[in-house]
Design a binder for this molecule. Structure first.
Ligand code: ADP
Ligand code: GLC
Length: 489
């Protein structure tokens, strides 16, 4: 089977969050399962090799296709148009503003990707059996293919429904989209063109990245206005939980951490904690529970809730490390908090993969107070690193954390969940976590429960594969039916 994954991110080439991790790891897992995969990605400046550009394998009317290989061996086709992608940043400028030409950038990307994967513009004679589009950036691919007979079937995955790729209505004409696509039964969304809605409307199947979120997005609370369409397509909508890259995120082999460790050698974790405390300028107190958080600093992630809870945490003798970047007011509030409590709070603004690994390994407790979370990866990394998560019970967090509830025995618990999106609720869960942390034997049991869980890609990749087979079979059948109908006429 030949599958094209069309996306704006693919780790380690291009990553701003979980989308990059997931596309890179899913592609590798599919290849391991025997699938012939092409990842189709914009050719950002950041992808260039130090020793020159990736080789050109095909010319487009207004750009070229380059072929690159991921460290995992996956083949990536980079759609290169320097005026659109040869600049610093993926979606935003250095000040954090979206590029003004994002509709043109990803509009071009989607159009050319659709031509290439369907064999309309032949590249090495390759044509996909199934096209898998990710998030809004690739949402026009199902639209273009939906208007072309004989196209391969499409799957649209929602990684985050809050990002809908909405642009003024005149974008329809500037991108040359079929005028018939711009209607309520199509890509129009409250008077604007939505790339994501295009993907949701024209794809043959829709998935999202956890079963819990698949349920949630059919409600007004989590549907961001798309719930009606998602309800109408409920039959075609399913949740497939993200896996994690268990090689990249393995405390026993992690190259970025001070001391490797595993479930039977948790002493190594204490070394990572001390090294992290020292590196961050925190008081090197082995007994102080160290809480870590690595995320985009946004409303979704609940950074504000953590900042609001911080003084209570410090009052209880705990420490806090925050790594992230995003909304300026949240970044500033985090920095100000650290300035007030330099021995107990460390804040690093920026994107730093190595530090993310060191925090997973060195922290005692991991914080994810998300307001919504389609899947979330860090709570799975943290369970694997023996750093039990304290998370809000939403989306993929609820699906992947077995909550300890202090009225029950520890059983197979791996972390803590809380329910309301405010500081009081988070603090309630943290008090439970801090109390358990002081009961060393129970804490080690909680750590090991998490470390024993298997969050690898195997099962989820098989589910995607089964879905690809289903949409391919269905398309073939409806194609035959259509031909049959034509012959009858
Ligand atoms: P989202 O995709 O919504 O940002 P996920 O939990 O799915 O959330 O994935 C986030 C990924 O990005 C994780 O791999 C996380 O470690 C990483 N990440 C987020 N912010 C940073 C940062 N500031 N530095 C390093 N890694 C980060
Ligand atoms: C999104 C979501 C996150 C998910 C990631 C990868 O960015 O916010 O929950 O894990 O995509 O699917």
């Amino acid at each position: 089977m030949k599958v094209a994954l069309v996306a704006a991110e693919c780790a380690p080439f291009a990553k701003t969050g979980g989308l990059g991790d997931v596309v890179g790891a899913l592609a590798a897992a599919l290849v391991r399962a025997g699938v012939d995969v092409r990842v189709i990605l914009p050719c950002y400046r950041a992808i260039a090799r130090p020793d020159g550009d990736w080789p050109v394998i095909a010319a487009l009317t207004d750009g070229v296709v380059r072929e690159a290989t991921l460290p995992s061996g996956v083949t990536v086709w980079l759609l290169d148009r320097p005026d659109l992608f040869d600049r610093p940043g993926f979606y935003q400028d250095a000040e954090g503003h979206d590029f003004a030409d994002n509709a043109i950038r990803f509009g071009w990307f989607g159009k050319r990707a659709a031509e290439i994967v369907s064999g309309g513009h032949s590249v090495q004679g390759w044509k996909a059996d199934v096209v898998h589009a990710h998030d809004w950036h690739a949402g026009l691919v199902p639209l273009w293919l939906g208007f072309k007979t004989g196209s391969p079937p499409t799957v649209q995955t929602i990684h985050n429904l809050a990002f809908q790729g909405c642009f003024p209505s005149d974008t329809v004409a500037s991108l040359g989209l079929p005028p018939a696509s711009y209607q309520a039964d199509g890509a129009e969304f409250y008077g604007r063109l939505s790339f994501l809605k295009a993907g949701l409307y024209y794809s043959d199947a829709i998935t999202t990245v956890s079963e819990g979120y698949a349920e949630e997005i059919t409600t007004t609370e989590f549907g961001f206005g798309m719930e009606g369409l998602l309800q109408a397509r409920r039959e075609d909508l399913s949740g497939i939980r993200n896996g994690i890259d268990t090689q990249e995120w393995n405390p026993a082999t992690d190259r970025w951490i001070a001391q490797a460790y595993d479930r039977d050698h948790l002493n190594g974790k204490a070394v990572n904690k001390r090294v992290l405390q020292e590196a961050l300028g925190l008081c090197a107190d082995a007994a102080a529970p160290l809480c870590g958080m690595v995320s985009r600093m946004t409303w979704q992630k609940g950074t504000d809730i953590v900042i609001e809870t911080a003084e209570r945490l410090i009052g209880a003798g705990a420490q806090l490390v925050l790594l992230g970047n995003g909304e300026r007011p949240l970044e500033q509030a985090a920095v100000a908090l650290a300035a007030r409590h330099p021995a107990a709070v460390a804040v690093r603004i920026g994107f730093d993969e190595r530090l993310a690994h060191k925090i997973e390994a060195g922290a005692d407790i991991f914080l994810m107070p998300s307001r919504f979370e389609p899947c979330g990866l860090n709570q799975m990394y943290s369970q694997r690193y023996g750093t039990p998560p304290v998370a809000r019970a939403t989306g993929g967090l609820r699906d992947t954390i077995a909550a300890y509830d202090d009225t029950a025995s520890l059983g197979s618990a791996t972390g803590f969940l809380f329910y309301e999106d405010h500081a009081e609720s988070l603090w309630g869960a943290l008090e439970g976590a801090l109390a358990l942390y002081r009961r060393k034997e129970s804490w080690v049991r909680l750590q090991r429960n998490g470390m024993d869980r298997d969050f690898g890609w195997h099962e989820s990749a098989s589910r995607y594969l089964a879905l690809y087979r289903r949409v391919a079979a269905r398309k073939k059948e409806s194609g035959h039916l259509a031909e049959h109908a034509v012959r009858q006429r």
